[in-house]
Design a protein around this ligand. Structure first.
Ligand SMILES: CNc1nc2c(CC[C@H]3O[C@@H](OC)[C@@H]4OC(C)(C)O[C@@H]43)c3nc(N)[nH]c(=O)c3cc2[nH]1
Length: 373
């Protein structure tokens, strides 16, 4: 890996930015939506299909892959890119969030976390150093510091203890990561909904120095209004010449609001997970294809959409294969949803580049009916 990791902002519109992150494995157009490929697959999608939706980068995960098939096995087989047949950038989360949300019998100390695998009950340990080692074995291009995602709600004292632990882990992550040209390490801001703590966390991360900065501790049940309150001030606390990644977000209107407030990268399981449950996102709102009213409807989900589901299939067919629990139901709705999310990102990038983000956003909201359509 000779080429460096770079971020160039090419245009701004208010607090929103559009730009390009260059990595040795390819460029990432921002603002970017990153499909989630937790266990080395974006569920129900071939990698070439994920690329066809417009994705420049996808997510992998330390927690899942360390348990199965193990990072060492993936390394022996040539690394995660080779293993899952995706040769473009991969960002891996550091595993702490998933331990707290998936694993059993967790014990958290200054050292790190020990836990029982949700797969076979075996015991494991994750520390900043081990998380960096796993992400290096996987070969991911963008590595996340090992942190604790502060639960919501947390009182100020609890949030502070959690944030300060994450900042000590951020420094250990930085030291363990070392100097890996062409690979990036992102720090993760914590501090829950407390502005002073968000500022302290940002200052600490800046002092340690990272290639990019994530806003953690959000999309954990606080609700959109509270999330947007934090996003009124948190992004600007982070270096403006580095990518800002809002973790775990979100619904289309969350994404639009986050981009308006200066966010460059987002990830969410929503388009893929809801695709498997029959929820289709369209520019007019959400279609729940399982609803009986679609069973005779010959129209596509969205006649403006150019994805394979909308080009070749009726709502009646999608309703049928979903009700029949056919595998193609997951394939078609996942493809459609990822295509819609990427089309939304392209629309945002174009609007920012042309200085017409406000018009794009009001049009986005005007079109959408509330509830199912
Ligand atoms: C949904 N809301 C949400 N997700 C969050 C994440 C995890 C983001 C990862 O979890 C999955 O999204 C649920 C994605 O699939 C994999 C591949 C597992 O990685 C993505 C966070 N991760 C870390 N390290 N720190 C945080 O403060 C944090 C906050 C979050 N809020």
């Amino acid at each position: 890996m000779t080429k460096k990791f770079n971020f160039d902002v090419t245009a701004t519109d208010g607090r929103a930015r559009t730009g390009v992150i260059s990595t040795p494995r390819g460029e990432i157009r921002t603002p970017a939506f990153m499909p989630v490929g937790t266990a080395a697959t974006v569920k129900a999608m071939l990698p070439e299909s994920v690329r066809a939706t417009g994705a420049d980068i996808l997510l992998g995960n330390t927690y899942h892959l360390m348990l199965r098939p193990t990072a060492e096995r993936i390394a022996r087989l040539g690394g995660l890119h080779r293993f899952m047949n995706w040769d473009r950038p991969i960002l891996t989360d550091s595993g702490g969030f998933q331990v707290m949300s998936l694993a059993g019998l967790r014990k958290l100390t200054e050292e790190g976390v020990t836990f029982k695998s949700h797969i076979d009950g075996s015991r494991h340990a994750l520390t900043p150093e081990r998380s960096m080692e796993i992400q290096a074995l996987l070969g991911s291009d963008i590595v996340m510091a090992f942190d604790e995602c502060t639960p919501f709600p947390s009182d100020e004292a609890t949030a502070r203890r959690s944030m300060e632990l994450s900042m000590r882990w951020a420094r250990r992550s930085r030291e363990a990561f070392g100097d890996r040209p062409g690979h990036a390490l992102f720090g993760i801001q914590q501090g829950s909904v407390y502005r002073d703590q968000r500022q302290e966390s940002a200052d600490k991360l800046r002092e340690i120095g990272f290639d990019g900065y994530a806003i953690g501790g959000l999309a954990v049940g606080e609700g959109q209004a509270t999330m947007f309150e934090v996003l009124e001030y948190a992004p600007a606390m982070l270096p403006e010449d580095r990518p800002r990644y809002l973790m775990g977000v979100g619904k289309p209107d969350d994404i639009v609001g986050a981009v308006e407030r200066g966010i460059d990268m987002m990830d969410c399981v929503l388009p893929s997970r809801s695709g498997r449950t029959g929820q289709a996102f369209t520019r007019f709102g959400v279609v729940n294809i399982r609803n009986a009213r679609h069973q005779d409807d010959p129209r596509p989900l969205d006649e403006h959409c150019t994805c394979p589901a909308c080009r070749n299939y009726s709502r009646a067919y999608l309703h049928h294969v979903n009700r029949a629990q056919e595998i193609i139901a997951s394939m078609l709705l996942t493809w459609h949803n990822l295509h819609y999310f990427q089309e939304l990102m392209q629309g945002l990038r174009d609007a920012i580049a042309e200085g017409r983000l406000a018009a794009f956003v009001s049009d986005f909201h005007a079109r959408r009916a509330e509830g199912d359509i």
